[in-house]
Design a protein around this ligand. Structure first.
Ligand code: COA
Length: 443
């Protein structure tokens, strides 16, 4: 017997992280990192976490900000910060400082990422390769409301082929917020502008902003963990956010509306926030999606392991009827799963007795950590919709311990004789003496 102590929370955490590790492998993530983080953040651990992601096969594009360096440089040079309509006005002398700031910040990031991951052996042989280049083609913002914006630009095109080649070689692509035009001029780009354009052009899985705040905040100053793109305007009206968060939100919504799967806003100061956000269900900052985070989809054989994981404790405690892997393999078409990102966190089955225009709702489970959030009801509604599509008139549910849940949702007590004949035979065989409930469905 091995006496080595294993921290149970480590085992749980590792199990929770496993599907996310699998899901992120080979996916492209665009990380937009505010310049403040370089000034005050825990850089070695953040760089180490970025390297860890790369070592897990995540394709990374990092866009760095320069705002705070540039402001400092402008003020050191005795200049004034000039903005119009939320954009910085970039004259010739500011552009020179933009180039200097980009060089400086870029150099610091390259050094940080060259250090080798802190937690890996053979650090020197495993250091991450960083690639750069003229990946962003820019165009001038031009004259806005009669104000010449000078060398402030917008992204015209992203050289996705060149970036993808570097990513295929296993490099991290480091992009500065600076673009060049076909006429050979350079333009100052906002961090958010560059990051959103890269995420959309690369069809990135995620656009992640690491800024000063912990995420989007609610009225009480707590982090809003999830937002849909449609909720963003309302959120901004209700709770004014910092200028940086507001810019990030705008870019996040643009990215989501143009095909990026998820956007995240989190603190770059909070040690481990990136790992928490990517590998735990609850996350750390604010995750944004184009539509609802939870979805119900038909299960397939790849979900069997997750379904077993959900139902085993309930089978052991007698709440659910035991179902073998073979049973699940044969009947998987009767199942739906509740999915959050790559994580299965609920399931339900509908067994049809077509001849009797009856159906049985079975194996309804919501993962304990998200119970009482209305997901049980969501699964029930889904099954009712499916049942109606099959012209089912009587939807049964058999339960030993959840009777009142069905009771409160339009089910009534029924007797064995109400069940379809085949189901009556099974009922007698398994001797669980479950209570029988039925909900009459109008078509
Ligand atoms: C039953 C179950 C699916 C409900 O999922 P859920 O996502 O928590 O459900 P909802 O959020 O829609 O509903 C929550 C409500 O149900 C109540 N509830 C939860 N379990 C219950 C139970 N066993 N009996 C009665 N009510 C229950 C909660 O107290 C809560 O009540 P409230 O709205 O008054 O606060 C979930 O508790 C579960 O997985 N239980 C274990 C498996 C099980 O019993 N399955 C049913 C047998 S097929």
């Amino acid at each position: 017997m091995n006496n080595v102590l294993v921290n149970p929370s480590f085992v749980d955490d590792f199990r929770q992280a496993a599907p996310y590790i699998q899901y992120l492998r080979g996916k492209t993530l665009v990380l937009a990192i505010s310049s403040q983080i370089l000034l005050r953040g825990k850089l070695d651990t953040l760089a180490s976490d970025i390297q860890l992601l790369a070592s897990l096969g995540v394709r990374l594009v990092l866009v760095h900000g320069i705002r705070h360096y540039l402001n400092q440089m402008i003020s050191d040079a005795g200049g004034a910060l000039s903005y119009h309509a939320g954009w910085r006005i970039t004259d010739e002398s500011t552009l020179r400082l933009v180039k200097q700031a980009c060089g400086l910040v870029r150099c610091d990031w390259e050094a940080l990422l060259s250090a080798g991951p802190a937690h890996m052996p053979n650090r020197s042989s495993r250091h991450l390769k960083v690639a750069g280049g003229n990946f962003l083609l820019a165009k001038p913002l031009g004259v806005l409301d009669g104000v010449d914006m000078g060398y402030t630009g917008r992204v015209r095109k992203v050289d996705t082929d060149a970036i993808c080649r570097r990513l295929d070689e296993g490099c991290l692509v480091l992009v500065s917020p600076l673009g060049h035009s076909l006429s050979g001029k350079s333009f100052n780009l906002g961090l958010d502008e560059a990051a959103q354009a890269l995420a959309v052009a690369l069809k990135a899985e995620k656009l992640i902003f690491l800024g000063e705040k912990d995420g989007v905040l609610d009225e009480a100053g707590r982090v809003v963990s999830q937002l849909t793109a449609a909720e963003v305007d309302d959120c901004l009206v209700r709770v004014p956010q910092s200028a940086e968060t507001a810019r990030m939100l705008k870019a996040a919504v643009y990215a989501l509306e143009n095909g990026v799967n998820r956007a995240h806003i989190l603190s770059g100061f909070d040690d481990g926030s990136l790992i928490h956000e990517l590998f735990t269900r609850q996350g750390r900052g604010t995750a944004l999606a184009q539509s609802a985070f939870m979805r119900i989809r038909a299960a397939d054989t790849r979900d069997i392991g997750d379904i077993i994981h959900l139902i085993t404790p309930l089978e052991q405690s007698g709440v659910l009827l035991p179902r073998s892997r073979e049973y699940l393999e044969t009947h998987i078409r009767e199942f739906w799963v509740l999915e959050h990102d790559a994580h299965v966190c609920g399931c339900v089955a509908l067994k049809l007795f077509t001849e009797q225009q009856a159906g049985e709702l079975a194996c309804l489970v919501v993962s304990p950590d998200i119970q009482e959030g209305g997901y049980g009801e969501l699964l029930l509604e889904h099954v009712i919709t499916q049942a109606r599509q099959h012209s089912i008139k009587n939807l049964f549910a058999l339960s030993t311990s959840t009777g009142s849940w069905f009771d409160e949702r339009g089910f009534q007590a029924a007797s064995l004789a109400d069940l379809p004949p085949d189901r009556q035979v099974q009922y007698r065989q398994n001797q669980r003496q479950s209570k029988i409930y039925v909900r009459r469905l109008s078509q």
